[in-house]
Design a protein around this ligand. Structure first.
Ligand SMILES: Nc1ncnc2c1ncn2[C@@H]1O[C@H](COP(=O)(O)OP(=O)(O)OP(=O)(O)O)[C@@H](O)[C@H]1O
Length: 516
């Protein structure tokens, strides 16, 4: 194989700025990335998404030379026709020669330096080159003076783009969080990258800061030649600005395509059942396909539930998962949710037609199963057998309750705001144990919110939800139809509501921990 990290490529053949081929990264026995291939196209925003620990940052670390991959090739095709095999390029040469820049999950600015100084430091290499690497050059060479003036102009340009020019002389550490994120991107842009890799740029941003970030990234996409590779958990950012989305789970690619196609991919939704409810809810409620929900009835992935390593661990051991309908699907013990979905789809496809005709019996079995958990809910004191007057409140108006948890609460006899509003400490603890929420109900003040909503008052969150600014499975933020046997949003074709015929008893979906 050619050991020269630079290859000549034909200009015009570089539709893909980045080609990742059969990339694997192992840490001892742990396979963080397994045989991953994807492309990022020039001039586009490509998002790399997946649950915590899926291997996204490891991919970035391989692209930017922080890790040398165990196997595979990463090719960066520059606009001038040259190509670089990044896995062979010394890492300090990746920004300079291959023109790849990155930001990190944790902000890494020089907080004591001013904004302008931060952007000038980023151009240090260019300035030193212009000085001829001599002290005299710093003062005497016209090339240095020219480069210095150009660097200041470029810094000012990116400060303007990031809407930070007014604060050019303030220390970077004094900026609000969202502004620091934009400054990092401005700093990376000062290096003139062809590929900009952003690791969770929207993490911790409020909606206004998120919108400012989107605007900056769209500006970069539309007005510079820079292509963007983006790791992001915030689905609103991903869906709004990405041209192309690659989804990882346990280091493997499970989906690759347009934002629309990946968000309706059952394997992606299944993968996201292991993360925060808000993220699950965003995907589930936007997809809302009954078949998809049906496919999710595989239950939690015990091999990768909370507390275990969230990385893909190759293992040939087979196990059998039982389902309420009685069919059994065999998957490997280390299989991801996506693999379970695939296995189940194969099982459904091969099921004889006669099995399908047994659906009334299946429905009865499901109904019985749906009733079962209520009988087990000893921990919560004020349960009801059914919603009053057949109508439940829309519990997703409480910040922290997504459609998935609303369904579980309904299954345990909790349908109304005043029921949650009346919870005592023991009820909160029981609900937290059932939902595997570990202190979150108290922290998010569900009881306080529920009291207000029960009195017909609103909260900041419920007002946003009622105004349609927050995703909900309910046709209208204020309506609900849990336990009515209908889907909550039949009109809009969205997700089945709680306690509908589909709400068979299911254990709590595994969470994969918080962000880094
Ligand atoms: N240097 C390392 N040594 C050992 N294991 C590592 C190392 N770096 C990453 N891992 C493991 O590889 C897996 C993938 O981690 P990675 O940080 O790439 O995931 P991620 O998708 O970026 O997660 P998150 O969304 O939480 O940032 C994890 O199990 C992680 O613990």
């Amino acid at each position: 194989m050619d050991t020269n990290p630079i290859q000549k490529a034909n200009p015009g053949m570089n539709e893909a700025i980045l080609q990742v081929e059969h990339l694997s990264m192992k840490f001892g026995g742990l396979v963080a990335i397994g045989d991953l291939s994807f492309q990022a196209r020039r001039g586009e925003i490509t998002a790399l998404i997946g649950p915590n620990g899926a291997g996204k940052t490891t991919v970035f670390n391989c692209i930017t030379g922080f890790y040398k991959p165990s196997e595979g090739m990463i090719t960066l095709n520059r606009a001038d026709g040259s190509s670089f095999m990044l896995e062979r390029l010394p890492n300090h040469e990746i920004p300079a020669r291959a023109k790849v820049a990155r930001t990190f999950q944790n902000i890494r600015l020089f907080s004591g330096m001013t904004l302008l100084e931060n952007l000038l430091v980023a151009q240090h290499n260019k300035l030193m080159k212009a000085s001829g690497y001599t002290l005299l050059g710093l003062f005497g060479f016209p090339s240095y003076r020219k480069a210095s003036a150009e660097s200041i102009d470029l810094a000012r340009h990116w400060l303007e783009k990031a809407n930070l020019v007014d604060r050019a002389d303030d220390p970077a550490g004094d900026l609000p969080y969202g502004a620091q994120r934009r400054l990092e991107i401005a700093r990376a842009m000062c290096t003139g990258p062809e590929l900009l890799c952003l690791d969770e740029p929207a993490a911790g941003l409020n909606p206004k800061e998120s919108a400012a970030l989107n605007e900056l990234l769209m500006d970069i996409k539309n007005n510079t030649g820079t292509s963007i590779l983006l790791i992001e958990h915030d689905m609103s950012v991903v869906m709004q600005i990405s041209d192309h989305v690659v989804v990882l789970e346990y280091g493997r690619k499970i989906s690759d395509g347009s934002p629309q196609s990946v968000r309706t991919d059952p394997r992606v939704i299944a993968a996201y059942l292991g993360v925060d409810d808000e993220e699950v809810e965003t995907v589930l409620t936007e997809v809302g396909d009954e078949d998809v929900i049906e496919q999710l009835d595989t239950g939690p992935d015990s091999a990768h539930g909370p507390g275990t390593s969230s990385s893909y661990l190759a293992g040939p051991v087979s196990d059998t998962i039982g389902h309420s309908e009685g069919e059994r699907v065999t998957v490997s013990k280390g299989a991801s949710k996506a693999a379970q979905i695939d296995a189940r789809a194969a099982s459904v496809a091969s099921r004889p037609a006669a099995a399908k005709s047994a659906s009334p019996a299946k429905a009865a079995a499901k109904k019985a199963a749906a009733k079962a958990p209520a009988a087990k809910a000893e921990g919560i004191s004020n349960r009801l057998a059914a919603p009053r007057a057949g109508k439940a409140d829309n519990l997703t108006r409480i910040k922290g309750i997504g459609t998935v948890n609303e369904k579980k609460l309904n299954e345990h006899g909790i349908f109304h705001f005043d029921q949650i509003g009346a919870w005592k400490k023991a009820d909160v603890e029981a609900a937290e144990a059932y939902l595997a929420f570990d202190g979150r109900i108290a922290r998010e003040e569900w009881v306080k919110q529920a009291k207000l909503l029960g009195q017909g008052k609103g909260t900041e969150f419920s007002r946003r939800l009622d105004a349609g600014k927050v995703a909900t499975s309910h046709a209208s933020g204020k309506t609900a139809s849990a336990a009515s046997g209908k889907t909550a949003s039949a009109a809009s074709g969205k997700t089945a509501s709680a306690a509908s015929g589909k709400a068979a008893a299911k254990p709590v979906a595994g969470k994969r921990g918080g962000r880094k």
